[in-house]
Design a protein around this ligand. Structure first.
Ligand SMILES: NC(=O)c1ccc[n+]([C@@H]2O[C@H](COP(=O)([O-])OP(=O)(O)OC[C@H]3O[C@@H](n4cnc5c(N)ncnc54)[C@H](OP(=O)(O)O)[C@@H]3O)[C@@H](O)[C@H]2O)c1
Length: 217
């Protein structure tokens, strides 16, 4: 089974691996990077891969990406872009909590024209309250806000036949996770791919781990 997939934040890490695996499986891959003139490993992927410029806080670029898909369907939308450190609290909130939903908003018409109607957003276990207090550190707070917004909006998406989930990808050995992380990029992405491939409408609204197990909010 193949189709079209758009991966937001595919220059490196988890997003890059998603692009590589979908392209290897013969999908029509659309991938974004902040540096399309210097795409690095993303530019080396063989197959049907189109690359677009996107700084996820740039609303003009998000709108332009939406225009690319005008009149076209998009089967799977994966938002991987995120940041853990090196930016202010406000910037972190903009990148991790605002941008994914701005992107979904702009691409929703294309997703609704797609045959699969799947939306996947990368969150983190650090954004979970686990029944307790709201995370106070910048990263956890931004992912917690993302989760809250997702839970608020997803039921409306579901009424339109969209299957949307958020994932904790594991502690993954990317630039963000560091070399000592317990889960390889391959393991994380192949686990999430398996879940995404089998996503049904009844799964929509769930917070899942890369293994497909339920994560507490
Ligand atoms: N790795 C982990 O252990 C872990 C654990 C839990 C959750 N996550 C989540 O999983 C997702 C992917 O993480 P990762 O490990 O692949 O991180 P990564 O290796 O640090 O890669 C981050 C990606 O996000 C992009 N990005 C960051 N800020 C951006 C912006 N303002 N506009 C556009 N793109 C931006 C980066 O692009 P540039 O190359 O241009 O910087 C890069 O492609 C993130 O949402 C992260 O929070 C990761």
């Amino acid at each position: 089974m193949t189709g079209s997939v758009l991966i937001i934040g595919a220059s490196r890490g988890i997003g890059l691996r998603f692009a590589e695996t979908y392209a290897a499986d013969g999908w029509e891959v659309h991938a974004t990077t902040r540096t399309p003139d210097n795409p690095g490993a993303l530019g080396d992927i063989a197959g049907d891969v189109s690359i677009y410029e996107l700084e996820v806080c740039n609303l003009g670029q998000i709108a332009a990406l939406g225009d690319v898909f005008e009149g076209r369907g998009l089967d799977v939308l994966i938002h991987s872009a995120g940041v853990l450190r090196g930016v202010s609290r406000d910037e972190m909130r903009a990148i991790n909590a605002d941008a994914p939903l701005d992107v979904v908003d702009a691409l929703m018409p294309a997703v609704l024209r797609g045959k699969d109607r799947k939306i996947v957003i990368l969150t983190s276990q650090m954004g979970a309250r686990n029944g307790g207090r709201t995370p106070s550190a910048d990263y956890g707070a931004s992912k917690c806000l993302l989760n809250d917004r997702f839970r608020d909006l997803e039921p409306h998406w579901r009424t339109q036949g969209v299957r949307a989930v958020v994932f904790h990808p594991g502690w993954v050995a990317t630039d963000m996770g560091g070399a000592g992380a317990s889960v390889s990029v391959d393991e994380s992405v192949s686990g999430m791919r398996q879940v995404i491939d089998g996503l049904e409408l009844r799964d929509s609204g769930r917070f899942l781990t890369w293994k497909g197990t339920e994560h507490p909010w």
